[in-house]
Design a protein around this ligand. Structure first.
Ligand SMILES: Cc1ncc(COP(=O)(O)O)c(C=O)c1O
Length: 402
């Protein structure tokens, strides 16, 4: 294909891509700040950020410098047979920022959760015996599309057509400690939970629920694993989401914002399970290569900057205020404002697809979280002026649909 023509690109993509996505009819060509521009030259304000990935927005000069440095050194990959400085730097930062002990690098959120599931079972085998392989995850959760991760995902719609799923995963009710307790037995090796359910509709965990899980896991020698793939890496105004809840897990899975646009995943492991994996237990060819390491080292350096974090806290409060105002203005359309930090949702009475399409037409990118929730996960560098512009467009659209 040698045409820049938008409709040709879409036609070729439609013919060549496996049909796993229902792409919107625009072709993104470049980005700057909180905006992206398509091949027709139209610029969009982006409150999707690659689905909570592009944490530094577009064109961040520090990220560009970090990536150029490895490219200019002639090396983006060299295998985990050897050490590389960018990945070591990133791992040391994740350990320092989390207070946990060890980092395993991979390439995506699903892979980080696969590592978590393997860690959980190995831990169970070592501590309680070979039958201690039961993982409890939550209904309405989302953990990714690989077999283990999609099995841990407590939503039937993601399992349909793919049976049999991985054995020995049980689903408790999110934010209902009793329902977790009912599932716990001597066979339980881990509890896996998102501090904020993302794909499930932007539903924060109650702090008491996470505290209860922590106490339960301590009593029963069970690993508590947080999936912070979407809500971690600064999105809630702290480097890790668990720091907002003041509940420390035994392991935390990361991806999305960790590489700020470069595919990087990680499982960060605490003291209790730090020695569970031994050489040969787990691996990833690309995991933590030079390019990935450089991106993660850059992102974790940003997360070490109190000014960066206080910017996030400031704009988060502003976004929450604006969304609450919007709900007051449109009570017949908006049923709830929920979320934390820069991970917010508007729960709507009607399905959100038409609203998202109308916003796209007015050059605002938004994405749903489930059928009835509009999600707001802009770059962490978003400004109040960007938020004002987004609210202006949304207001127009809500008026037009009322
Ligand atoms: C909480 C959570 N976990 C895991 C994943 C899967 O991540 P990936 O698509 O990088 O495999 C996602 C993706 O949306 C997610 O939101």
């Amino acid at each position: 294909m040698n045409s820049d023509n938008t409709s040709d690109i879409i036609a070729t993509g439609t013919s060549a891509f496996a049909q796993t996505y229902a792409q919107l009819p625009i072709v993104i060509a470049s980005g700057a700040g909180c905006t992206v521009t398509d091949t027709d030259g139209k610029t969009y304000l982006d409150f999707v950020a690659g689905i909570a990935v592009n944490a530094l927005g577009y064109g961040d000069t520090d990220l560009a410098k970090a990536l150029h440095a490895v490219i200019d050194a002639g090396i983006t990959h060299c295998s985990n047979l050897y050490w590389n400085t960018p990945a070591v730097t990133a791992a040391a930062s994740l350990v320092r920022l989390s207070g946990l002990k060890k980092v395993f690098f991979c390439n995506s959120g699903a892979e980080a959760n696969e590592a978590a599931l393997k860690l959980a079972r190995k831990y169970g085998h070592l501590h309680k015996g070979p039958n201690a392989n039961m993982v409890i995850s939550m209904q309405n959760s989302f953990h990714g599309r690989t077999y283990g991760a999609v099995t841990a995902t407590g939503q039937q719609k993601y399992h349909k057509g793919f049976a049999p799923m991985m054995p020995d995963i049980a689903y408790a009710q999110f934010n209902d400690l009793e329902s977790v307790k009912q599932l716990v037995s001597e066979r339980t090796c881990a509890i896996l939970v998102e501090p904020i359910q993302g794909e499930g509709g932007i539903i924060p965990a109650e702090r008491a629920f996470l505290e209860g899980l922590r106490a339960l896991c301590d009593e029963q020698d069970i690993l508590l694993i947080f999936d912070e793939v979407q809500c971690g890496m600064g999105r809630l105004g702290m480097p890790f989401a668990f720091q907002q809840f003041d509940v420390t897990p035994d392991a935390v899975s990361l991806a999305k914002g960790l590489g700020a646009g470069v595919p990087v995943g990680a499982l960060v492991i605490g003291e209790q399970a730090a020695d569970t994996f031994v050489p040969g237990d787990h691996a990833s060819t690309f995991g933590g290569n030079f390019l990935a390491g450089a991106a993660a080292a850059c992102m974790t350096e940003k997360l070490s900057d109190p000014q960066f974090l206080s910017h996030i806290t400031g704009v988060s409060a502003y976004l929450a205020e604006q969304l609450t105002g919007l709900q007051k203005q449109f009570p017949d359309q908006i049923t709830q404002v929920r979320g934390m930090g820069l991970m917010m949702g508007l729960a709507m009475k009607e399905p959100v697809r038409p609203l998202i399409a109308a916003c796209l037409e007015r050059r605002l990118l938004l994405v749903g979280a489930g059928t009835h929730v509009v999600r707001f996960v802009p770059p962490l560098t978003v400004t109040k002026a960007d938020i004002d512009q987004a609210m202006g467009i949304l207001t127009e659209v809500l008026i037009s649909q009322s």
